[in-house]
Design a binder for this molecule. Structure first.
Ligand code: ZN
Length: 235
């Protein structure tokens, strides 16, 4: 499926998943814009790696460089004021009584999609791309397919629009996400994801592993590392 004349807006956080989605969008759409959110995340490293990943994609991927359009950084600091989570405040990562980890930021993906749609509306963009995934979703209810479909409906009704929210990772696991990156951008993209993207909940950029930088023990590192092991052993 290709949309050769259309533009997509990719929710791009600078992590493995959204970087893979960015590559997917660059293979699928004629033009791609990106949007990121400053919600006063505890580890601002995510925001630092975003422009580096974009620069490297422009530099090292000839087919993609001309398609990469504007990057939008939206300040939603109010999200950190509203929530008390391990991603926005200095508290230990733990499981909560409701069965959700306290890395879950209530409303985050719902707000991200809403703000992305508002920007897309202004830019005349119909396609939104989000790296959410129901397979390895860490128990986040706002990563579920039904949530995204409900958001698509709500946004289209509420903005009198025809947005399509694409979720290329929805039904694949982390090993398959690595494999998708390899298929889209060969070894060069796998290396870029390893070296430049950031996933670790603890903001660790000191410890280097085959799969990238990170503490190696937080849930995000564990998912990324386990996916990498399965990907490497299946190659
Ligand atoms: Zn970590």
């Amino acid at each position: 499926m290709r949309h050769d004349s259309e533009t997509a807006l990719v929710l791009f956080s600078g992590g493995q998943d959204s970087t893979t989605c960015l590559a997917w969008a660059l293979e699928t759409f004629a033009r791609v814009e990106t949007i990121g959110f400053d919600y006063r995340q505890r580890h601002r490293i995510e925001l630092d790696v975003r422009p580096r990943v974009l620069d490297q994609m422009r530099r090292d991927f000839a087919d993609w460089s001309a398609r990469i359009g504007d990057d939008h950084l939206v300040d939603i600091a109010v999200l950190a004021e509203l929530s008390e989570t391990a991603l926005t405040h200095s508290v230990e990562i733990a499981m909560q009584e409701n069965g959700l980890p306290n890395t879950f930021v209530p409303g985050r993906n719902l707000l991200f999609l809403t703000f992305a749609a508002a920007v897309a509306y202004r830019r005349g963009i119909r396609h939104l791309v989000a790296g959410v995934c129901e397979t390895d979703y860490s128990g986040y209810p706002d990563s579920r397919d039904d949530t995204v479909k409900a958001m698509q409906l709500a946004l289209n009704l509420g903005m009198e629009a025809r947005f399509v929210i694409h979720t290329p990772l929805m039904w694949i696991d982390k090993a398959q996400t690595w494999a998708l990156a390899e298929r889209l951008g060969k070894e060069a993209l796998v290396r870029l994801i390893c070296e430049e993207t950031h996933t670790c909940y603890n903001g660790d950029r000191e410890h280097a592993h085959a799969w990238g930088f990170g503490c190696g023990t937080c849930p995000a590192c564990e998912l990324r590392a386990q996916g990498w092991e399965r990907f490497v052993s299946s190659r």
